[in-house]
Design a protein around this ligand. Sequence first.
Ligand code: PHB
Length: 393
Amino acid sequence: MKELRTQVVIVGAGPAGLLLGQLLQSEGIDNVVVEQRSREYIEKRVRAGVIEHGIAELISDAGAGERMKREGLVHHGIELRYDNASHRIPLSDLAGGKSIMVYGQQEVVKDLVALRLGVGALLLFETEATAIEGITTDAPYVEVDGVDGKVRISCDYVAGCDGTFGVANRTIPTSVLRRYERTYPFSWLGILAEAAPATEELIYCRHENGFALYSLRSPTVSRLYLGVRPDETLEQWSDDRIWDELNLRLATEEVPEINQGPIIERGITAMRSIVVEPMRYDRLLLAGDAAHIVPPTGAKGMNLALADVRVLFQALIAQLKSNDARLLDSYSATCLERVWRAEEFSTYMTQMLHPSYEDDFENGVQMARLRQVVDSREASTVLARNYVDLNSL
Ligand code: PHB
């Protein structure tokens, strides 16, 4: 088996792994990123496109914000829609002038990949991490298998940024690991359409048939979602049925129809919440989806992942440059407090906007919550602050 040596092996080239690699690189810490999938695959993986105020700053501070600042759309509000009427939540007014950046996750990934390859740092695509070993010794290593055959990469630390089903969280013994999980009785059917968005701001909509979300990617590309039952499949949703249902749920008196266009991408995503504790097992540190999943209502997934990386980067620098272990020791607890706050917010948004197909008492409570958020400045302020900058609060 071939051998390599680095300071930090980063498993997974999603936004978390790539940003960590970029930050460590800029401080002269040697690292290798290994990714099971191809470059093409990770650059096309469509996810939520809302970046919090402080996380957009983090991306820019890491030197990866140039195109985002040029092409991203700065938004100062969102709409909540129910009973076919719209209510604007003025995010920036309520959240101290802060705003959100609408910029696709895969665009962030593309920018980070380009930066990394531009400086010639190691990023191994189509390379699977098959085992993480020696984590409780001072000589951990990761075995990988890819285009160059099997390689053993020795290191000081391993960052597990490889998602819920990756090897990293499986490496933590079950006697140590605790997993909290919740599933929801809906999925999201998402489409990307070549249609000019008929809205300037994101619209989160509750309709008795289910949730709908009107989002966008650019002046010519709309991103739309329908809440559907968890057992529904794409085959059941023709283009006509998708557009009819979007029009029905999102209609208002002023704007009865949304702009339609060719659907260029579609998928159904199950909704769940997962938290894994602890996020550190000796020399293995989890970040992003490897440690937690949030339902997409609120768009917290990538923001939460990148906020983990901000903490992890500081902790690794303190350890590797100054032999100071304090930040690594508190890494898990520091992150988990914020992770649970994001879980709370994502659950709150999910439960407020997805009508129950069974429980009309629940539906009455949901409507009361929505009216309270719209009518009470205190309630909308909480929503706005969490939406715009939860991960920096
Ligand atoms: C998206 O644009 O894909 C998006 C926006 C907001 C969400 C989820 C997804 O809450």
